[in-house]
Design a protein around this ligand. Structure first.
Ligand code: BGC
Ligand code: BGC
Length: 761
């Protein structure tokens, strides 16, 4: 005790002795440490106790994260479908990392069995607890991005671009819950999800990881995911920390390619990219991962403006800011804003990074130590990050429950969990067109259904990147129960035949009554999704043309992480489904929609582009439409928020409780009646858009403010309502001042429109 308080005094003296060199990051780290204290006294006193007991080296170790490939002798990476290989820890390597560098976090992996993960994590944590002086548990980070995608036997949900298309808030919660119960027990307590980057351009290869184009949808579903993941009662005694990534505006590079420069106005930043992160922070998210790219000439990892001023001071984030993969090194190796790794480390820490996903080496530790010893970075600055990291570890209960457990593996991949993923898949597939109600195909009328295309009998394209591996095209890794589109369709139409090549289509077509063509993309992740042409690849288009040339009715199913342009074949296909990346249960969901067992209810989560030079998100500006009048281009092939059903819904009686809002705190309620006028039951998501008719800054042509999905039986009626609060009509300027301006607003719902006025007295 005495020793500890002596040390505290010594530290305090050292702190005052060396100058804090932060530019523009007032208040001081010491002030921030105070301001960030939580009201949990036990946690805060534990942090105080550890901060005073830890050596500088131990503190820096807490700020370091290493990839698991650096500490295992073997893993299943690159080993096909043999899952028997254990991730055997190389104790010589781990020993140096724990004993010399005091590394406090590891990450990554591939889909291992629960038993393999359990043993690996137990060995890792036990080694750490046995060999580290203060026994601070390791926190393990994993990219479980659409269910537990790095767990063999885990339940795989649709990717986020599909989740958004459900317009059903049940699914982000279900996905979080299943991720939690399937992985918390094996030590996956730091989940690198949700992705809160906003879809802006389908040229970007990580488009499918986003919750679509609407900041409102991303904010709503993102924060539901965060709350569900971080507060799941069923994983007690464990808890999980979520990560909002990638802060910020990562998704809108000029070239469309991953990790390339973003030039963006501050106004757009606040209007489009901040809201989902703000919502996650307000929902209590424990960590944020940083955008690897640059914004307006400044790499985000070196930006005090973004990492401190915006993230901390404006958005009030108190958790852990972790770098993305190797991004400190990239400051000098790729961005060339630093002369070497030492300078890059100085920049990143000074800007506001708490933890470096180095992820291969411990050089970061050496550099940071030297920077503190040279007096370039203060000990208080180190304490600030370490306090945040320790708080995250304490809040999720790692100190009390550092070890995994293996007595609840019967909760993994259960029929119940898979049913949730199937339900999500069913509600995430958009029926884009359906000429003459060709769908559903009735098994009675269709004697010979041909299922065609090179993707038709593959499992991997249904789930895309981040499935079992970072990028996985190996069919044998997928569990047997996963059905390819063809296998699933064959269950609904037992006589269905397969034609994977164009020649097969030609030679078998005469016998077919209809052709389902499955076309799209093979899996990719990150930079591997950078493309030079947004059109559907030539070979895929050719297959569709071949099918169309047979004269048989063609149903096109797009399985892809983003909208590849299909305009040249769209009109001639009788029906088109955008299946996106529906996950392991996606084959079945596609088949059930084709057969009519399931009535589709998804709506586009983005504008499906019409032409390569018209990649217009739905929330574009009016001038972008006026210019289009010079050339006969529609806004989109299929617009955001639209999608068909096998029934028809008629909207009527749009009414407002009042037509004028008279103060900033006023509100009015809009209601609309929706009748299911068809002959089958169905779900209808009602989307409420607002347009600000005249404003001091240009406004998007439409802005989604609310959505709600209800089940309506054939012939029945449902009433939907939306309470519009005056503050929801405000918008940010470039300083993030919310401007609320009097004037008229158009409210749009389905095919109906009305106006109301904000007129403050
Ligand atoms: C990706 C992140 C991911 C991290 C760890 C990075 O390359 O950009 O999304 O969380 O790797 O795998
Ligand atoms: C890792 C991913 C990471 C990527 C970065 C891969 O080897 O498994 O997690 O995001 O490298 O490029």
């Amino acid at each position: 005790m005495k020793y500890a308080s002596l040390l505290l005094v010594a530290c305090a003296m050292a702190i005052t002795a060396c100058n804090d060199t932060h530019p523009n990051t007032d208040p001081t780290p010491a002030d921030r440490i105070k301001a960030e204290r939580s009201d949990n006294a036990a946690i805060e006193s534990k942090i105080d106790e550890l901060l005073s007991a830890m050596s500088l080296e131990e503190k820096i170790g807490q700020m370091t994260q290493i990839t698991n490939a650096q500490i295992v002798t073997k893993s299943n990476w690159g080993n096909g479908s043999d899952l028997s290989i254990e991730m055997t820890i190389d104790t010589a390597k781990l020993g140096a990392m724990i004993r010399k560098y005091h590394v406090g976090s590891f990450l990554n992996g591939v889909a291992e069995t629960p038993e393999v993960w359990y043993k690996f994590y137990k060995d890792l944590q036990e080694y750490n607890l046995a060999h580290s002086r203060l026994k601070i548990p390791i926190i393990y980070g994993v990219d479980q991005m659409h269910g537990p995608n790095y767990l063999a036997g885990g339940t795989i949900f649709p990717h986020a671009i599909n989740t958004a298309a459900t317009y059903n808030n049940k699914f982000p919660a279900d996905m979080a819950h299943v991720t939690a119960i399937e992985t918390a027990d094996i030590g996956h307590q730091w989940i690198f999800a949700p992705v809160l980057d906003l879809a802006r351009t389908p040229l970007w290869g990580r488009y499918y990881e986003t919750l679509g184009e609407s900041p409102y949808v991303a904010s709503t579903m993102g924060s539901i995911f965060v709350k569900s993941l971080q507060t799941d009662p069923d994983i007690a005694p464990y808890k999980i920390a979520a990560t909002a990534k990638h802060f910020l505006a990562y998704s809108d590079p000029k070239s469309g390619w991953d990790r390339t420069p973003v030039d963006i106005s501050e106004q757009t930043l606040y209007e489009m990219h901040v809201p989902a992160f703000k919502a996650a922070i307000d929902a209590g998210i424990e960590s944020v991962m940083i955008n690897s790219g640059e914004i307006n000439g400044e790499p985000v990892h070196a930006s005090a403006r973004i990492l401190t001023q915006l993230l901390r001071d404006e958005l009030k984030f108190k958790g852990v800011a972790v770098t993305d993969w190797e991004d400190i090194i990239r400051l000098y190796r790729n961005h060339r804003v630093a002369i070497n790794e030492r300078e890059a480390t100085f920049m990143a820490i000074t800007a506001g990074i708490d933890m470096a996903m180095t992820p291969y080496t411990t050089d970061f530790c050496e550099h940071l130590l030297a920077l503190v010893k040279e007096g370039k970075i203060s000990k208080e600055r180190i304490n600030l990050s370490v306090a945040r990291i320790l708080r995250m570890k304490l809040k999720i209960g790692l100190f009390e429950n550092p070890l995994p457990r293996n007595d609840r593996f019967n909760r993994i991949g259960t029929p119940e969990n898979r049913a949730l993923a199937l339900e999500a898949a069913r509600e995430s597939i958009v029926l884009m067109k359906n000429d003459g109600n060709v769908l559903p195909l009735s098994a009675g009328k269709i004697k010979n259904l041909m299922v065609a295309g090179s993707l038709a009998n593959l499992k991997a394209p249904l789930s895309g990147g981040w499935t079992l591996r970072w990028i996985n095209n190996d069919e044998s890794l997928h569990p047997d129960y996963v059905l390819t589109p063809f296998a699933a369709i064959k269950k609904e139409f037992p006589s269905a035949s397969l034609a994977t090549t164009d020649n097969e289509i030609k030679s078998k077509a005469s016998r077919a009554d209809a052709i389902v063509v499955v076309a799209g993309e093979m899996p990719y992740s990150e930079g591997f999704g950078s493309i030079t042409d947004i059109n559907l690849p030539d070979d895929q288009l050719q297959t569709i043309q071949t099918a169309l040339a047979t004269g048989k009715p063609v149903v096109l199913v797009i399985v892809a992480g983003r909208p590849r342009i299909i305009t040249s074949v769209y009109d001639r296909c009788k029906a088109v489904l955008f299946a996106g990346l529906p996950g392991f249960e996606g084959g079945q969901a596609i088949a059930e929609i084709i057969s009519g067992k399931v009535n589709p209810s998804a709506k586009m989560s983005f504008n499906y582009p019409y032409a390569p030079n018209r990649l217009l998100p739905h929330n574009h500006k009016a001038t972008e439409e006026l210019l289009a009048h010079e050339i006969p281009n529609p806004i989109a092939l299929k617009e955001f928020g639209t999608g068909m059903s096998y029934t028809t819904f008629e909207y009527s009686n749009l009414t407002l409780s009042d037509s004028v809002l008279t103060s900033a705190s006023d509100s009015l309620t809009a209601t609309v009646t929706v009748k299911n006028t068809g002959s089958v039951d169905g779900k209808e998501a009602v989307l409420w858009f607002i347009n600000d008719e005249v404003a001091s800054l240009t406004r998007p042509v439409k802005d989604l403010k609310f959505y709600e999905k209800k089940f309506i039986k054939a012939g029945e009626v449902a009433t939907y309502s939306f309470t519009i609060k005056a503050w929801q009509l405000s918008f940010p300027d470039k300083q993030n001042n919310q401007r609320l301006e009097d004037g008229f607003f158009t409210l749009m719902v389905g095919p109906l429109k009305t106006r109301f006025n904000l007129k403050r007295l």
